[in-house]
Design a binder for this molecule. Structure first.
Ligand code: RM4
Ligand code: MN
Length: 389
């Protein structure tokens, strides 16, 4: 790698940030079993303490997304101050439309206006949380859908959704954004109401400039070319955020970069090619669950994986790539990517961390710190956090 490319990569990596999900620090599992783990956070304050540990060792994770009502507290200003004391801040506020009996047939798409109103009012509550915590992003994953052909009118549901979203959008302050997520299946299996990026984008475009698409890497059919979607959303300035995770089958929510590091590299390559790593309004978030592995180390590993993929994307020789593309040299063009992907960027990242006064290996440094043993010892009594409201 040239010294120039290396220096530019280091500078970009120094400013890259990754947002952590509060729910990664609570207990989670599958529909078969939720395993408890010693030392798991019991309330949102402890979740933020855990997230702050990830930031302390990586220096790259200064924000925490909250989920409402899971993270409801009496005093959100106090929670934000607690975060600030620990060197982090509150990121996106996630609404929850998937755990209320009233939403069996839908929330923002429900045939009954009273239920739709309730789902809209929930977003007013989330916007209040944004105001109290200084968050700028309202993140909406719509779990609505149908299980059987004919169960409801597909088009009617879209019209009701458009109307509900407009009411949610109207709640936002000028500096706020609406991040609209899509998912191709689950919890419904015939038709989801926002199954894909196209549907999400259409709704965002109808709403206005403050609405952008969230791409959760686990929310596509197997084999989908995700980097193509990244490129397309960047082209039209509507990629608001990622929910990063890995999948082998469905929405597995495994550690980002664990299943297919080359895919993560290809995604970050589109980001770097479009100069969208910094200052382009793309919020790089994690949406993961650590069902069997310890949570803080799981998040540290995830941040490191995103940094590695980013570093490799920054090392692509873009001049050589463009020249090969222009001359139709298929293998040289592909080689420009695979050369960068094959580079061991761990020494570069170690250098970056040391220049920030951090340990070269955040994962090992956290393990040595004794923190995991301390929380296991100290956090006794109370109820561990999980997917309950
Ligand atoms: C959903 C979706 C949302 C996340 C919840 C926990 O599948 O990915 O982003 O808030 O899970
Ligand atoms: Mn998600």
């Amino acid at each position: 790698m040239t010294t120039d490319l290396r220096a530019r990569a280091l500078a970009a990596l120094a400013d890259q940030t990754i947002e952590l999900p509060s729910w990664a620090f609570g207990n989670s599992g599958t529909r078969f079993k939720v395993f408890g783990q010693p030392g798991v956070a019991r309330d949102p304050f402890e979740k933020i303490e855990d997230a702050a540990q990830v930031h302390r060792y990586t220096g790259a994770a200064p924000r925490v997304s909250l989920h409402v009502p899971w993270d409801l507290v009496d005093d959100f200003a106090k929670l934000a101050a607690h975060a600030a004391d620990l060197g982090v801040s509150i990121g996106a506020i996630n609404s929850n439309l998937f755990q209320d009996d009233d939403y069996r047939l839908g929330s923002l798409t429900h045939p009954d206006e009273a239920v739709r109103d309730k789902a809209i009012a929930h977003h007013a509550q989330c916007v209040d949380v944004m105001r109290a915590t200084g968050s700028t992003d309202l993140k909406l994953w719509l779990p609505d859908g149908t299980n059987y052909a004919g169960q409801d009118d597909l088009r009617g549901r879209q019209e009701r959704l458009a109307d509900s979203l407009q009411q949610v959008y109207a709640l936002l302050d000028p500096g706020h954004r609406l991040l609209l997520e899509y998912k191709f299946y689950e919890p419904y299996f015939y038709a989801m109401d926002i199954p894909d990026w196209g549907t999400s984008l259409l709704h965002c475009m109808a709403l206005g400039e403050q609405a952008t698409v969230v791409l959760d890497t686990g929310h596509h059919a197997p084999g989908t070319n995700i980097e193509f979607i990244v490129m397309q959303l960047l082209r039209v300035g509507r990629l608001g955020a990622f929910d990063f995770n890995s999948r082998y089958y469905g929405d597995d929510d495994l550690i980002v970069g664990s299943a297919d590091p080359f895919q993560l590299f290809r995604i970050m390559n589109e980001i770097v090619a479009a100069d969208a790593l910094l200052g382009a309004g793309v919020n790089f978030m994690l949406d993961q669950c650590h069902n069997i592995e310890p949570k803080i180390p799981g998040q540290i590993r995830s941040v490191m994986n995103v940094q590695e993929a980013t570093a490799k994307a920054l090392l692509v020789d873009r001049e050589a790539l463009a020249a090969a593309q222009r001359s139709g040299d298929v293998l040289a063009a592909h080689g420009a990517l695979t050369d960068a992907f094959s580079t061991d960027v761990r020494p570069l990242l170690a250098e970056l961390r040391e220049s920030k006064g951090l340990d070269a290996d955040p994962y090992a440094a956290y393990a040595r710190s004794g923190h995991q043993e301390r929380i296991a010892r100290e956090r006794v009594g109370g109820t561990q956090a999980g997917w309950g409201a």
